[in-house]
Design a binder for this molecule. Sequence first.
Ligand code: FCB
Length: 450
Amino acid sequence: MNRANDEDLFPESFLWGASTSAYQVEGSPLADGAGPSIWHRFVRTPGRVFGGQTGDVACDHYNRYREDVALMKELGLTTYRFSISWSRVLPEGTGRVNERGLDFYRRLVDELLAAGIAPNATLYHWDLPAALDDRGGWLNRDVADWFAEYGEVVFRALDDRVTMWATLNEPWVVTDGGYLHGPLAPGHKNLWEAPRATHNLLRAHARAVAAYRAAGRNRIGLVVNLEPKYAASDSPEDAAAVARADAYMNRQYLDPVFFGTYPQELIDGFGEAWPEFPASDLDEIKAPIDFLGINYYKRGITRADDSVIVERATRLDNDRATVTETGWEVFPEGLTNILTWTRDRYGDVPIYITENGAAFYDPPVAFNGRVEDPLRVDYLREHLRAVRAAMQQGVDVRGYYVWSLLDNFEWALGYAKRFGIIHVDYGTLQRTPKSSARYYAEVIKARKVL
Ligand code: FCB
């Protein structure tokens, strides 16, 4: 084998995975003593979710996890990223522990380890216990301690077998979708709440990391979604809008964690809605993490717009681009760019691509036992190339997780958008690996993009 070929090879230690989240795949949200989450309530609020669909059944992963782990093994995955439902473990959010809820994750983790697949568990993928929402949810400063208490319970039960932990999945989406614009649970639309939610998410993250430092023996990190921002023109106004959009989306969470400060453009953007936070909070938030998880889906093209709050910027579409079923532009080089940007700004933290994938139209039922999804195959190929390119520029990327293992409940869009590399027939719950799954399995085997 010549040198050029060697350069294309991903390192042997590189982890190959797929991601899901609890509410999106598990189903049985109230089984075995679990309490309701804010998503359980949100899906029952008329007009909130496409077609009135719910996560009551989802992919029935709660009952079919063995079959799903067997499929992962067949594809050659070496890691699986899932999230833990807080209200299965603590039905009221704090206090009483529901062992039967924890047992589900014990069984899942054992099954993964038996298949040689490393579990990567996220504590919070958007499903706050409803009982805590009744106490103010992410707006109540006490949420930081509630979250640390939950973390301690889960670490105690699983840290002997789970070697990678993440505190929060995409805190930007929690604030932007849950408290500022409202398409996601708990569905608030309030400029004044958004900074408080952000700050409490970060405080909760930091307290869970601190709890882990006291009790854990493996690694813990944070998962953020990043989008490189590009200006719609070379005007100085658009350049300023890009800086604001970048501060809002990419630096809002990472600057506090790495530097202990919020970006000035963010504070200016919120204006009088931005409270003064105690300096001691930021000292606490600025604590080392063992790895950074980056979720990448698209870029943003930005134009100055004084009528838009916070970003004071409008996002534009690129008319000439390929777009996915969720209207997201396919832009693989943005992944290379955001990876080098992260390294240049925040230094050499180990990085995992914790989500990357696309919704394309797939037939609802497999035809002749097959589901062909050539667009998703192209998407994976180009994004894996983009990851490899960043690694060749010295970025320390240690693993990649495709979103998603299975077609699943895509939040307010219900089951209409399919992101899986494994097709799910929602009538029969039958799983069928798509051609993208076969392609991914070949890449994993070859350790290079094919
Ligand atoms: C991410 C979420 C994930 C899924 C994908 C499509 O923002 O983390 O749950 O909805 O988008």
